[in-house]
Write a protein that binds this ligand. Sequence first.
Ligand code: SF4
Length: 272
Amino acid sequence: MQPKVTRKSAKQLLNKASGFLQGYTHTLNPYSGCAFACSYCYVRQMPVALFHDGEWGGWVDVKENAAALLERELVKAKRKGPVTIFMSSSTDPYQPMEYAERLTRSLLEVMAAQPPDFLFVQTRSPLVTRDMDLLELLGPRVRVSMTVETDREDVRRAFTPAAPPIPARLRALRELTARGIPVQATIAPVLPCSEQFAERLAGIVDRVCIDDYFMGDGSKGKRTERIGVRSIYDALGLSDWYSRDAYARVHEQLLRYFPQERVFVSQQGFLP
Ligand code: SF4
């Protein structure tokens, strides 16, 4: 499904970070809405979605004045102290339309010229590799966190049919690593995966983060229950993975292949 695209002029781009992201000074969302429409996405229950027409995944608003706004806001914010930015908290900065829009790229251009103290780029799209030239300029001030919830494509298709395939995300992580850009594979939320998942990741990245609904959805799993994600597990015959044990199982697997200090759990993995 192609989302309905609307161009809007945003009033503010850098927003004060809070809650799960309180380790940051600001969050930054180049778009509103998200074409990936992940089944478990709890943003659909947040005001940004509740007060917008249309189903979550069916619309994306482009903040067309974003770069000019960021340029001004960044100067102001930096005058007040260190600036640490989480991009993005309620969308993916690499929407499919970003191929043509180059909106996130324009924000990276602004940040390459006036670097924040730290930028965390959270995405599930291999398109992030297009911007490696700009990410490189940020050096150790950036980390790209690539969501890889599972290594099973059948599972990925069941939970997030509109999201990029897992092999493409793993290739992107390889490319970013080869260019020396700090990365993390982010297993969030952990989905049913193979016994080889940790071993596969260990050949590509040296830092992982794992999270689940019960730690990471901001309501100890209640939001996820309301969204009805459980039914996907049931339909796949994988109901035993809809539990706190799933995280523990995969965490144990990760510790066999990564040093403990490179395995981050829930909020710890998203801090600057
Ligand atoms: S990519 Fe992120 S913001 Fe977009 S639908 Fe999926 S979980 Fe939600």
